[in-house]
Design a protein around this ligand. Structure first.
Ligand code: ZN
Length: 246
């Protein structure tokens, strides 16, 4: 059983397509939200995602596009891009985003966009935040996006000498990481707008047979996405950052 784990596609069709081509045959697709916002192809990305019948949760940019969040909470570039995305989306695709849940449990995994404690907004960047969030989901593993940075937080069980310790584990591309016995919070990184200094699309493959996760990076034609963004007058800073992976 192979499961494709995606997050933060952000209307970037070229990156999304490159990930699907690279992933090959999978049995399931799980998506951790922010399908739209920032990029130039909101409808094509929602349509392609829907064609994969994914398990998907809603992200803060999806919510903002639906008008469920105050856009004043966004920086001006994100706000402009989000308003443009909102205008493009068909009623059918808006209805799909509207129906997405904030948290889903699938077997041993809890899926959410930001964090299990605050699904829409909280960023799990630091081990202190991760540690607090381990108390907010019941499954062994939690899958999150939102930071656009791939990584794993591991919780070592409590011992007599000391309480449980949360530590960060690097997620090297192409090196499968065994899931368990410790509890984990896992972020596969962003498909459509990576922010860890690597411009390639970021995603992961979960293998339920041997209980591993493999992080992957794949190049995509960034210039094509940038040209589309320029033609739609999307903010220049958002166009440029794709090249730097930031
Ligand atoms: Zn995002």
């Amino acid at each position: 059983m192979r499961c494709l784990l995606l997050s933060d596609i952000h209307s970037n069709l070229e990156a999304f397509q490159a990930v699907l081509d690279d992933a090959g045959l999978v049995d399931q697709v799980w998506c951790l939200g922010d399908v739209v916002g920032y990029g130039p192809d909101p409808n094509a990305c929602v349509k392609l995602l829907r064609s994969l019948s994914p398990v998907c949760v809603v992200g803060n940019h999806d919510w903002a596009t639906l008008g469920n969040l105050d856009l004043q909470d966004f920086n001006p570039d994100a706000r402009d891009a989000n308003l443009w995305n909102r205008k493009q989306l068909t009623p059918d695709n808006l209805a799909y985003l509207e129906a997405l849940p904030q948290v889903v449990a699938e077997g041993q995994f809890t899926l959410t966009h930001g964090s299990p404690r605050h699904p829409i907004w909280e960023y799990i960047i630091y081990t202190s935040t991760a540690r607090a969030n381990f108390d907010h989901f019941a499954t062994p593993f939690c899958l999150v996006g939102h930071t656009h940075t791939p990584g794993i937080f591991r919780l070592t069980p409590e011992t007599e000498e000391q309480g449980s310790i949360c530590s960060q584990v690097t997620l090297d591309s192409g090196q499968p990481v065994r899931l368990g016995p410790e509890r984990l919070i896992i972020n596969p990184g962003s498909v459509g707008q990576p922010r860890d200094g690597d411009s390639r699309a970021s995603y992961a493959i979960l293998s339920f047979d041997d209980m591993t996760i493999e992080h992957r990076r794949v190049p995509y034609p960034i210039e094509e996405t940038q040209a589309k963004m320029m033609s739609h007058d999307l903010p220049l800073r958002l166009v440029l950052r794709l090249k730097y992976g930031w």
